[in-house]
Design a binder for this molecule. Structure first.
Ligand SMILES: C[S@@+](CC[C@H](N)C(=O)[O-])C[C@H]1O[C@@H](n2cnc3c(N)ncnc32)[C@H](O)[C@@H]1O
Length: 276
């Protein structure tokens, strides 16, 4: 059984039964979250004015909002733009869910184009006037290291670290970093200290994005690009909080998620003892 949810901005999302989490923040709104936590923080709007092609890595295609909103924003800014999008998704049933969504009016044409693609083995290919989309239906931990492209922007949108822990480790962030151009920006909705610490340990500089639908700031990361700075308060938390411990996978990225989480918990427990 799956359930459709109406979010704060009127757009729809689904509850994912495996993870027991919604695909989007219900308080921010599905569309609004894509726009304000992913597309704008990655500067898709300004990049569209600077160039005619943007390479995007979209980790966790889900219901396709991040992709569709990116195409909408970019093509409104520059009618000649081409977004070359590589999405990663492990769950083929997302298409069944997308077909049951009431698609926002301004994204309908883009979703029609997304849904008019075809499968070639485990890759789904679709294109429209302003985008080329390849969705690689594989586990991100396996597929990321086999990619040979460089990207201008990364939408990093797995379920939360609590339930989808293997997607938030230092090791997977390092694999993503290898695929990013120096100026590229990675955006994620996560405000978790473990995630922020993991990004830093993977070699990123990180920054904060204004809160949407909640109190906490979301996160951006880059190798050498321009991003909003961390506040002093957040710098202190990252240095001093007993919870500022990154998740670690094995070198081959094959640890079961519960082991990654257990290892993290035992370090935090030790920190908490020293903290008291
Ligand atoms: C929060 S949802 C993404 C929402 C999506 N970006 C959108 O705009 O609609 C997270 C997605 O990550 C996918 N995912 C989780 N773990 C994964 C993994 N190990 N490899 C590939 N995809 C994964 C889930 O199947 C889910 O579709």
């Amino acid at each position: 059984m799956e359930s459709k949810i109406k979010t704060a901005d009127g757009t729809e999302t689904f509850l994912n039964e495996e993870y027991n989490e919604a695909y989007h923040s219900t308080k921010a709104g599905a569309y609004t979250e894509s726009l304000l936590k992913f597309v704008i923080p990655c500067r898709i709007d300004s990049l569209s004015l600077e160039k005619n092609r943007i390479d995007i890595l979209d980790v966790g295609f889900g219901l396709g909002y991040n992709v569709a909103v990116a195409v909408k924003v970019a093509s409104d800014k520059n009618p000649e733009i081409l977004l070359d999008i590589t999405s990663i998704e492990k769950d083929i049933s997302v298409f069944d869910k997308i077909k049951k969504l009431s698609i926002p009016e301004n994204l309908k044409e883009i979703y029609d184009q997304i849904l008019s693609g075809r499968f070639e083995k485990n890759v789904y290919r679709a294109e429209g006037k302003n985008f080329r989309l390849n969705i690689l239906f594989s586990d991100a931990r396996q597929i990321l290291r086999s990619l040979r492209k460089k990207f201008d922007a990364v939408f990093y949108d797995a379920f939360s670290p609590k339930v989808n822990t293997e997607m938030w480790t230092v090791e997977i962030f390092k694999a993503v970093k290898e695929l990013m151009r120096q100026e590229a920006i990675l955006s994620t909705y996560s405000a978790s200290l473990a995630v922020r610490k993991g990004l830093i340990e993977a070699g990123f500089k990180i920054g904060l994005v204004e809160p949407v639908g909640r109190k906490s700031y979301s996160t951006v990361a880059t190798i050498k690009g321009i991003i909003p700075p961390l506040t002093q308060k957040e710098k202190n938390r990252l240095e001093n909080s007993p919870y500022a411990v990154p998740f670690h996978d094995s070198r081959n990225m094959d640890l079961p998620p519960y082991v990654i989480k257990k290892n993290w918990e035992s370090i935090v427990e030790k920190n908490l003892l020293n903290f008291e």
